[in-house]
Design a protein around this ligand. Structure first.
Ligand SMILES: [Fe+2]
Ligand SMILES: [Fe+2]
Length: 496
């Protein structure tokens, strides 16, 4: 009996103690979870390639492309990246792939829009300040700073044969930026003849990678094809990329032998498949992309335009691309200008290397006007020329009539685009059918004038080296011509 009593008491104590345990569960914290492992930094060594540049920068991806590295630096062929300049997480490590022409490409994906990233080439744990980029805002939104800045140079490739003016034009742009608000370029557009005299790999090295190295590490370069991209001393009339050939030069400094396709296409990785917005063109020769609320189209006025079938395909793609575009602003770039009286003459019907001028003017400018293009930029003529707000001008300069081709001011003269004569995207006639055409083939040299200079459709013409800066937000776009001293020699504003 005593034993049973003892068991009951023991059981009661046990129950009470269990109950105590239950009560304590409410007040005693759960055991702390295992701590997350601290992120590990990349552990590679930074390398300094002979050429390093960005391609196809979009809302969520970019291609980091380079060639060569310094002897003995031990860096690996990969990139690390992140939003903290001092910490490149190991999980960001992205291996590069080698192209046929000895370039390395790392495609960074999964990026956030409108965000600054830093990157290390070779996979170092921290990035150099010079190695950063900012992704495009998504969905046509404005960037966080409210403004997109676009820098445009044409025919800048003269450093390919040792001339200094392109570097001076760059300094002019940079000093203008410094005197303005310091905002760097978001986009860098090249208008063709980017590497004289034959567009070899070595000439690209001298004229692009050694002239703009800092800019190319932070800003995506979007080029178009000029006549000097096709070798043949700039006079090729071929429509076939495999006909690229060198004339009169033995050492081109590039891969040996130079591949039969254009070094332009070997060096650049362009969005044939709509990788950065826009409609897939299926070819790197022409393409489009979106940046914030700006749609940019790069046409091939050197090769595709010389073959009836290729030209028709490019024109139909352009119509389809522009039809699918709903962004606020549209800019088209191509090499051969429809209206010029500089070193080339858009009235010279006999000069066969300039036949693309006629095809652009007769077949493409009506499409620009009908499908909402706002601005068109060309080079080729080594001069700066900027048109009135123009439409329906497909003939020789003698057919230009301001009364029917130009936006007029209150005095019945072509509007300047300045002060109280700003252009509006939907014009006085109520149509979005006018375009401002600019020739900016003065990025590396200016040369001669043609008979009949200035072209009557141009509001402003000047034989001075320089470049173009476009500042654009949702309501207003201003395009300025900046000379090598950083002074603005011409500008116009368009509102919408
Ligand atoms: Fe040129
Ligand atoms: Fe040219």
């Amino acid at each position: 009996m005593k034993a049973i009593k003892m068991i009951v008491i023991f059981a009661a104590i046990l129950l009470a103690s269990c109950s105590d345990d239950n009560d304590r569960n409410d007040t005693i914290p759960e055991p702390a979870p295992e701590p997350e492992p601290a992120p590990v930094a990349c552990s590679g060594a930074e390398i300094n390639p002979e050429r390093l540049f960005l391609q196809q920068l979009g809302t969520d991806r970019v291609i980091i492309k380079w060639r060569g590295d310094l002897e003995g630096d031990g860096g690996a062929d990969n990139v690390c990246f992140g939003t903290d300049i001092d910490f490149m997480p190991e999980e960001s490590l992205t291996a590069a792939t080698e192209t046929e022409t000895g370039h390395l490409e790392a495609e960074l994906t999964g990026l956030s829009p409108d965000t600054t990233y830093y990157y290390s080439v070779g996979g170092a744990a921290s990035a150099a300040a010079s190695r950063q980029f900012r992704t495009s805002p998504a969905g046509g939104a404005l960037p966080a700073d409210g403004n997109t800045r676009i820098w445009i140079v044409g025919d800048s490739g003269v450093a390919g044969y040792g001339k200094p003016e392109a570097a001076m034009v760059k300094e002019g742009f940079l000093s203008w930026v410094e005197a303005d608000n310091g905002e760097p370029a978001d986009l860098f557009l090249m208008l063709g003849d980017n590497a004289y005299n034959q567009g070899t790999d070595l000439e690209h090295q001298r004229a692009i990678f050694e002239v703009y190295p800092e800019l190319l590490q932070t800003t995506s370069l979007w080029p178009t094809i000029g006549n000097h991209e096709m070798g043949s001393l700039g006079i090729s009339r071929s429509a076939d990329i495999s006909s690229y050939e060198l004339l009169g030069e033995e050492d081109n400094g590039g891969p040996d032998p130079e591949p039969s396709t254009m070094p332009y296409l070997n060096i650049f990785t362009l969005p044939a498949n709509g990788e950065a917005g826009g409609l897939a063109s299926g070819t790197e020769q022409y393409y489009s992309f979106d940046y914030a609320n700006v749609h940019v189209v790069s046409l091939d006025s050197q090769l595709s335009i010389r073959d009836d079938d290729q030209r028709a395909a490019m024109l139909q793609w352009l119509i389809d691309d522009l039809s699918a575009n709903s962004l606020d602003w549209t800019i088209v770039i191509f090499h051969h200008p429809p209206y010029t009286k500089g070193s080339h003459d858009s009235d010279d019907e006999l000069f066969d290397i300039d036949q693309p001028i006629f095809a652009i003017r007769e077949e493409f400018t009506p499409v620009f006007e009908d499908y909402g293009v706002d601005l068109a930029y060309s080079g080729h003529s080594h001069i700066y020329e900027r048109s009135v707000y123009l439409s329906d001008h497909t003939g020789l300069s003698s057919t230009y009539d301001p009364a029917t081709n130009a936006e007029l001011n209150d005095d019945g003269e072509p509007a300047s685009g300045q002060d109280d004569q700003q252009y509006t995207q939907v014009t006085r006639s109520g149509a979005d059918d006018k375009v401002v055409y600019t020739v900016a083939g003065n990025g590396g040299k200016v040369t001669t004038l043609s008979e009949g200079y200035p072209h009557p459709a141009h509001f402003f013409s000047d034989l001075t080296v320089g470049s173009v800066v476009i500042d654009v937000n949702d309501a207003q776009l201003t395009a300025s011509f900046i000379n090598a001293e950083g002074a603005v020699l011409d500008y116009f504003t368009m509102t919408r």
